[in-house]
Write a protein that binds this ligand. Structure first.
Ligand SMILES: *Cc1c(COP(=O)(O)O)cnc(C)c1O
Length: 357
């Protein structure tokens, strides 16, 4: 046990001069600016080596690196916030840790120990705490990921891996309503596939279908299932909720085709808190269209770490066009407010979601 803890002790090499003063925190956008440091841990000979925090910098890999060819690559996305009390907290990191290792298992990659994933993340965010923006609705986006490192172009699971964490300050997120196109030509996932894993190939395969609907004037695809092309799955990198009458319905996770969002889980908890009935079950596009025709379709929204909740302003399925008047919505705006307030300490954190750094 003792040797394990020494092995996982994190070595820190700080930057000689921080870049944080050079960054305009009022013009951040998303995903382009990276904080001073990154965490790196290698898996060699069946063992995780000592993790290190070093200055953010390019990494060198061989052209024969197997990730470049066969895509053994997984990632996570979560956020740290500056609370109104002045603390820095990470939102539900243990959930992302568990999901990361589920993705790792599906892609035949080694599990990352908690001492590296969680302790490494806390130490990294602590070192770069000056990078956690304080403006309302802004955050430090945290991107843990793992890639294969074998220099071998034979097709097999790699023997060596690299786990890294990089962080990126993210500006105030404008919850722009999204226009969805219900896709029944391409599929994102199917039972037995990799839909539940946050693995690179799922995103690569969605890029062309997404660009096609964007060229038609939509923002995202609302994916349907791979067998019947009928049951709702998710939209872009968000889970989907439909409010019919007084009930919030979201597709269940039992087929393994849907990414189990941490925001999805938080929203289900908060809906229950508000006394709103939640159903996790298969929901078909026909049911949504029928509810609309009967005047019972109240709200549709997506949930994910990037925007927390995105309202759906339009939905198109074949020759059905549904346009929503979001100003009339009650449920999702209330949940969004509550979720955001918990993250920044304006509401009590009754579920222990915020992990202090
Ligand atoms: C990351 C992701 C989500 C949302 O998950 P959160 O944990 O809420 O950020 C939903 N769908 C897909 C495909 C995703 O990659």
């Amino acid at each position: 046990m003792e040797s394990t803890s020494i092995l996982h002790e994190i070595k820190v090499t700080p930057v000689t001069r921080s870049r944080v003063k050079e960054v305009d925190f009022t013009k951040l956008g998303f995903g382009k600016v990276f904080s001073d440091h990154m965490l790196v841990a290698d898996y060699v000979n069946g063992q995780w080596q000592q993790p290190e925090i070093i200055p953010f910098q390019p990494i060198s890999i061989s052209p024969s690196n197997s990730t470049l060819h066969y895509g053994q690559a997984i990632f996570e996305g979560l956020k740290a916030y500056r609370t109104q009390q002045g603390d820095v907290v990470i939102f539900r990191p243990y959930d992302n840790f568990k999901r990361f290792n589920l993705s790792a298992d599906r892609m035949d990659m080694p599990a990352v120990p908690e001492e590296i994933f969680i302790e490494g993340m806390k130490k990294l965010v602590d070192l770069d705490r000056a990078w956690v923006p304080g403006q309302p609705d802004s955050s430090l986006y945290i991107r843990p990921f793992m890639i294969a490192m074998d220099e071998y172009i034979g097709v097999r699971s790699s023997l060596r891996y690299r786990f890294m964490i990089i962080t990126s300050p993210a500006g105030a997120y404008y919850n722009k309503p999204v226009k969805l196109y219900v896709q029944d030509k391409y599929v994102r996932a199917f039972p037995g596939g990799t839909g539940f894993a946050k693995t690179a190939g799922n995103y690569a395969a969605s890029l062309k279908p997404t660009r096609e609907v964007q060229e038609m004037g939509y923002d995202q695809i609302l994916w349907t299932d791979g067998i019947h092309h009928r049951y709702l799955q998710e939209c872009g990198t968000m889970n989907v909720f439909v409010v019919i009458g007084d009930t919030a319905i979201t597709p269940d996770l039992t087929e393994g085709t849907i990414l189990a969002g941490v925001t999805r889980s938080s929203v289900i908890t908060l809906l229950h808190d508000e006394g709103i009935q939640v159903e996790e079950r298969p929901i078909s596009i026909d049911e949504v269209i029928r509810a609309h025709q009967e005047g019972q379709l109240k709200e549709i929204f997506g949930t994910g770490t990037a925007a927390s909740i995105s309202y759906v302003s339009e939905l198109t399925y074949r020759d059905h066009h549904i346009v929503f008047d979001i100003s009339q919505w009650k449920i999702s705006p209330a949940i969004l407010q509550k979720l955001n307030d918990i993250k920044v300490g304006k509401l009590p954190d009754r579920y222990g979601w915020n992990v202090r750094v």
